[in-house]
Design a protein around this ligand. Structure first.
Ligand code: GLN
Length: 498
């Protein structure tokens, strides 16, 4: 009996193409894994069984008609619930959008469907993507498949957890300050934040428009590369003016290795406050593994990194304040009944529709953009952004990629961190990549020596060098032997083909 747990995306496509199994059998196996496993994980907000079976039936019919199989034929995928997919709700895990029906399909989702992938549904997240735990979902928390008492990370926690628990082969998430890479690290899977502008955001609910980027999760770098090929196929999306044409083939150079490549490390970062000993040790080990595979380690400095959190937590809330103004209880989302005036309706709809963190970000944004504060905060943060960008440019003149932790610690227990500022500090390693707009990936490198929980290493590359970044990530993955892992407590439970 073949289990979905053991199949890579490429093996699914090959199996479907050769008729070893049908896309419908794969879809049923994924639905079975979801029904057996997701009760304990809570990764899904909606399971779209009908859409999945209809898409799989189309692939099977095309095969019977002798047509060439598309590049993701039959591969199970689901989407963070800030991505529109016709026939599903797009809730952003918020009461505000609890009953919002997708009015169209986001380009990133459509491209996965055009590539023949099977859409299994919508995945849990922090409300409007504000957070690092998925605990701020208005509906339910998501549990880390490696230890269900712990958070999966966030904000794309549902995406990471579903892939980690073997409920899906691929998932899409979005990353504004680390929301793909951090949950990937905490759940022991691979997560890529492509370069800003690489993947269309049309149909993805906006958080910080100068920072947001969509990207894939998988249990192997190769699966993520396959998803990237689908996401950029068709070129620039005319509906997203920030998107750019990208001709890279992410599979072509995947096995190039890292022989002769220069990998930058930032010694000061490993002294960062809050970095756990086991994560520090994992980084040293990753460094050694890369050297063993032929890479050269070069020490570099990013002197303005220390200001990255302060800059991000000004820029992000300012942009969020502007983007979330549209939820005014009139056109979109939750509407308070029985109000005497439009102003009252708007105020109460916002007061009751948004959760605490979404309110905190918007109030902060409004305050920071006020005429009295603008210069000392927003303008200052923009200047810091320029300085950090210059730091990166200097570093990338000498190295092909930078190696650093993804998260300062392994996954923590639900509720263990209640101070928002403490959560913000944990974003230290991921946010600069969004500030700069480069590409970054988290790859599982080991289980923590103290906790036994997965630890991811992050590689960041220059803008639009995503294909090379994936090749380096593949070399790191190979040298660490953590490829294709399903969280042990869930492996082998349901999800069999045939
Ligand atoms: N943890 C970060 C935040 O809370 C990142 C969120 C994201 O990337 N969507 O803003």
């Amino acid at each position: 009996m073949v289990s979905l747990d053991s199949l890579s995306a490429r093996q699914i496509v090959t199996g479907v193409s050769k008729g070893e199994f049908s896309a419908t059998e794969v879809a049923r196996a994924a639905l079975d894994a979801i029904s057996v496993r997701d009760g304990e994980v809570g990764a899904f907000l909606q399971v779209s069984g009908d859409l999945a079976l209809a898409a799989a039936a189309r692939v099977d019919a095309a095969r019977r008609a002798g047509e060439e199989m598309p590049p993701l034929a039959g591969v199970p995928v689901a989407f963070k619930d800030n991505m529109n997919l016709l026939g599903t709700r797009t809730t952003c895990a918020s009461r505000m959008l609890a009953s919002y029906q997708s009015a169209y399909t986001a380009t990133c989702v459509q491209r996965m469907l055009d590539a023949g992938a099977t859409p299994l549904g919508k995945l849990n997240m922090d409300e409007f993507a504000f957070g690092s735990t998925t605990d701020s979902s208005a509906f339910h928390p998501t549990n880390n498949p490696w230890d269900t008492a712990r958070v999966p990370g966030g904000s794309s926690g549902g995406s990471a957890a579903a892939v980690s628990a073997g409920e899906l082969t691929l998932a899409l998430g979005s990353d504004t300050g680390g929301s793909i890479r951090q949950p990937a690290s905490l759940c022991g899977v691979v997560g890529l934040k492509p370069t800003y502008g690489m993947v269309s955001r049309y149909g993805v609910v906006a958080f910080g428009s100068s920072l947001d980027q969509v990207g894939p999760f998988g249990r192997r770098v190769e699966d993520v590369a396959l998803a990237m090929n689908a996401l950029v196929a068709g070129g620039r999306d005319p509906h997203d003016t920030t998107s750019q044409a990208c001709e890279q083939d992410f599979l072509a150079c995947l096995d190039e290795g890292c022989e002769g490549r220069a990998i930058g490390v930032i010694p000061a970062l490993l002294e960062a406050e809050g970095l756990s000993d086991e994560v520090r040790a994992a980084m040293r080990q990753a460094e050694e593994r890369l050297v063993g595979a032929g890479a050269r380690i070069v020490e570099v400095e990013l002197p303005n990194m220390a200001s990255a959190i302060a800059a991000y937590y000004v820029l992000g809330p300012c942009e969020a304040f502007s983007n979330l103004a549209r939820y005014d209880g009139v056109r979109f989302g939750y509407q308070e009944d029985g109000c005497a005036t439009l102003a009252e309706q708007s105020a109460l709809s916002r007061a009751h529709g948004f959760g605490a963190e979404a309110k905190r970000r918007q109030l902060l944004g409004a305050y920071l953009l006020s005429s009295e504060m603008y210069e000392s905060y927003y303008l200052a943060a923009q200047k810091v952004r320029t300085l950090i960008t210059a730091d990166y440019q200097r570093a990338f003149a000498h190295v092909d990629a930078l190696l650093m932790p993804t998260s300062p610690t392994v996954a923590w227990e639900h509720g263990a961190i209640s101070d928002p500022a403490q959560l913000y500090l944990a974003d230290i390693f991921t946010i600069s990549s969004n500030i700069v707009g480069n590409c970054g990936i988290s790859v599982p490198v080991c289980l923590g020596a103290d906790s036994g929980l997965p630890i991811g290493a992050q590689l960041q590359g220059p803008a639009f060098a995503d294909a090379r970044l994936l090749a380096l990530a593949r070399a790191l993955e190979r040298s660490c032997g953590m490829e294709g892992l399903v969280a042990p407590a869930f492996a082998g439970r349901g999800g069999e083909l045939g």
